[in-house]
Design a protein around this ligand. Structure first.
Ligand code: C2G
Length: 154
C-alpha cells in the first residue's frame, strides 16, 4: 500500500494556533505531510514583510510533529513541478485561497480547509506595532498617576 502524500504552502510568520490547527488537520489527510515555506525573497514578491526570517520559520515548521518534510517556496509556478517531484496525492491549503489552485486538479486532489477564526500573523503584527508605538515616558506617567490615585484612596 503506497503512502498518501500531502503538500501545503505558506509563510507561517509569527507561528500561531491557526497554523498549528491547519498542520494538524493536514496530517490527518494522509501519511506524509510536506510543507513548502515561503522564502523571504518570495515573500517580498508577495508584498509580505515577515518578522521571522525564512531559516527560523522553516526550522519551527520542521519541529512540528505533524510535519515530515520542509521545502522552500521560491515562486508561484513551482507547485506543478513539486506535485510531480514528490508524488503528491493531495494539495491542501486554507480557504482564504479558495479556488486559486484548482488548476492543480489535473495532477492531484485539491482541498481547501476552513481557517481558524480570530487569529492571524497580520493581526499580531498590528498589535505589536501599536504596542511599540506607545512612548515609554507616557507609560511611566500613567503609572505615576495611578500610584497617586492609589495613595489617595488609602
Ligand atoms: N491559516 C489558518 N488560520 C489562520 C491563519 C492562517 O488556517 N487563522 C492558514 C492559511 O490559510 C494558510 C496557512 O495557515 O493555509 C499559512 O498561512 P500564511 O502564512 O498566511 O500563508 P500565505 O502567506 O497565505 O502563503 O503559495 C501559497 C502561499 O505561500 C500561501
Amino acid at each position: 500500500m503506497s503512502k498518501k502524500v500531502i503538500i501545503t504552502y505558506g509563510t507561517f510568520d509569527l507561528f500561531h494556533i491557526g497554523h498549528l490547527e491547519l498542520l494538524k488537520r493536514l496530517s490527518k489527510l494522509g501519511d506524509e505531510l510536506i510543507v513548502a515555506v515561503s522564502t523571504d525573497k518570495f515573500n517580498e514578491k508577495k508584498g509580505k514583510k515577515t518578522i521571522i526570517p525564512y531559516k527560523q520559520r522553516a526550522k519551527i515548521i520542521k519541529a512540528i510533529k505533524y510535519v515530515d518534510k520542509v521545502i522552500p517556496e521560491k515562486s508561484w509556478d513551482q507547485k506543478v513541478k513539486d506535485v510531480k517531484k514528490h508524488n503528491i496525492d493531495v494539495f491542501a491549503i486554507g480557504n482564504d485561497w479558495e479556488g486559486k489552485f484548482d488548476f492543480l486538479k489535473e495532477h492531484c486532489e485539491v482541498v481547501y480547509l476552513q481557517r481558524t477564526h480570530g487569529v492571524s500573523s497580520t493581526k499580531l503584527k498590528k498589535s505589536l506595532s501599536s504596542l511599540s508605538a506607545i512612548n515609554p515616558d507616557d507609560i511611566k506617567m500613567a503609572f505615576e498617576i495611578l500610584k497617586r490615585i492609589k495613595d489617595d484612596l488609602e
